[in-house]
Design a protein around this ligand. Structure first.
Ligand code: PSU
Ligand code: MN
Length: 302
């Protein structure tokens, strides 16, 4: 182990060989998705990345060790959600000190991946500005503002205040580009009516934007958004109703803090009879695939 980060064997080999690597979060596996869909998500993301010549690198805190390349028995514990807590960037150091199993959010995953020099990360949807209370803003936003990483997602989760989230990304100087879309997608839905500044058609263009941003010394992320695959995307009206119902449930239960996002995702799944889950899996796979292509394009530029 060199430094505070442990690399899984596959990731260590990829680093030595200079192969493209795609970082992935673990909170979506241990908190965001139910069992057994979380296993399917991991397998589909992995296959999408490997089939494009890149190597997946799930970030996590494993029994107190910051890890890039969660695998084997450790991964099994996370998929079983066995004593695994949700860890955002602020909790990384404490989770290490306490020897905990911590599933890293987008924010914490960006921190770990960047400290190991990785440049491409894929997730489902980023956290953002919540609708209520509006002062509940995901640490993902600030971390995107300060971490030089190409981050591929399907926008921000439909449960959030999407215009507010997009405005905050603007304030923070995060470059948001639409991959083959003019719109900021709504995670389960392709259309939100919110426009992105820049539409991009090819992975190599994204790699070039990242290099240009880095050449300027900028440390903010390039947020690449693509809509969920058409066959899995949900109707905006259906999602709108489901989210409204989920918010009522959240208010009734009085859920707060880090529990809010997993709670709302589960409530939307119930309200859509599981169709949001199918959309979630499909978009995770598609985002992993695009991230692998971008990682390959970055490698080809070197
Ligand atoms: N998107 C999903 N499922 C998830 C998450 C996002 O489809 O589980 C997780 C990510 O790890 C993200 C986190 O970083 O939720 C945001 O949580 P919070 O709102 O507490 O910052
Ligand atoms: Mn929050």
């Amino acid at each position: 182990m060199a430094g505070p980060i442990h690399f899984g064997a596959e990731v260590a080999d990829a680093r030595t060989a200079g192969r493209p690597i795609v970082a992935l979060e673990s909170s979506v596996l241990a908190q965001g998705l139910p069992i057994p869909a979380n296993r399917e998500a991991e397998a589909r993301m992995r296959a999408a990345i490997v089939s494009r010549g890149a190597v997946p690198a799930i970030t996590a805190v494993v029994r107190g060790v910051s890890t890039i390349g969660l695998a084997g028995d450790d991964l099994e514990r996370f998929l079983a959600r066995d004593g695994v807590t949700k860890v955002a960037s602020r909790e990384l150091a404490a989770a290490m000190m306490q020897g905990r199993d911590g599933a890293t959010t987008v924010a914490a995953s960006l921190t770990l991946a960047a400290s190991a020099g990785l440049e491409v990360f894929a997730t489902g949807g980023i956290g953002g500005v919540h609708r209520e209370p509006a002062y509940d803003e995901s640490a993902d936003l600030l971390e995107l503002a300060t971490t030089p990483m190409i981050t591929v997602c399907a926008g921000a989760k439909s449960i959030l205040d999407l215009p507010g989230t997009l405005e905050r990304l603007d304030t923070y100087g995060v470059t948001v580009v639409g991959y083959r879309t003019d719109e900021f997608p709504g995670f389960f839905t392709a259309h939100t009516g919110l426009r992105v500044l820049q539409r991009i058609e090819a992975p190599a263009e994204i790699a070039a934007i990242f290099r240009a941003s880095r050449a300027l010394g900028r440390r903010s992320a390039i947020l690449v958004v693509q809509p969920p695959p058409a066959e899995a995307a949900l109707d905006a009206e259906v999602v709108g109703r489901a989210v409204a119902q989920a918010l009522v449930e959240a208010r009734t239960v009085g859920v707060r803090g880090a529990a809010v996002t997993p709670f709302l995702l589960a409530a939307v799944e119930r309200a859509t009879d599981g169709r949001s889950l199918a959309a979630n899996l499909a978009l995770l796979e598609a985002n992993a695939a695009l991230a692998a292509e971008i990682a390959g394009a970055l490698g080809a530029m070197r």
